[in-house]
Design a protein. Structure first.
Length: 119
């Protein structure tokens, strides 16, 4: 079992930046691929970015390329999502999740952190 806790959300003006963190429990963090997702009110959850177990590759959704960056620190058992040039349409609850394989389904999810971008 893996527990994930997101933090770093908040209210920011358009054009600003936030860095989300997702701290994981357990000693096998490095064996999990990690992903970030988001869900805006009234919308389906959507993929944001993912990072492989080794941290060697990331996959960003097209609408976030160039603005969002995902990274991980296995020593700190934490994955990050750096978000720059935020837009009001980025407002959502952001979730992190982990997968036992680089391209597999996500088995464990955090509770989410709210990001609100004002215009």
């Amino acid at each position: 079992q893996v527990q994930l806790v997101e933090s770093g959300g908040g209210l920011v003006q358009a054009g600003g930046s936030l860095r989300l963190s997702c701290a994981a429990s357990g000693r096998t963090f490095s064996s999990y691929a990690m992903g970030w997702f988001r869900q805006a009110p009234g919308k389906e959850r959507e993929f944001v970015a993912a990072i492989t177990r080794s941290g060697g590759a990331t996959f960003d959704a097209d609408s976030m390329k160039g603005r969002f960056t995902v990274s991980r620190d296995n020593a700190k058992i934490t994955v990050y999502l750096q978000m720059n040039s935020l837009k009001p349409e980025d407002t959502a609850v952001y979730y992190c999740a982990c997968s036992a394989s680089d391209y597999g389904s996500y088995a464990y999810w955090g509770q989410g952190t709210q990001v609100t971008v004002s215009s």
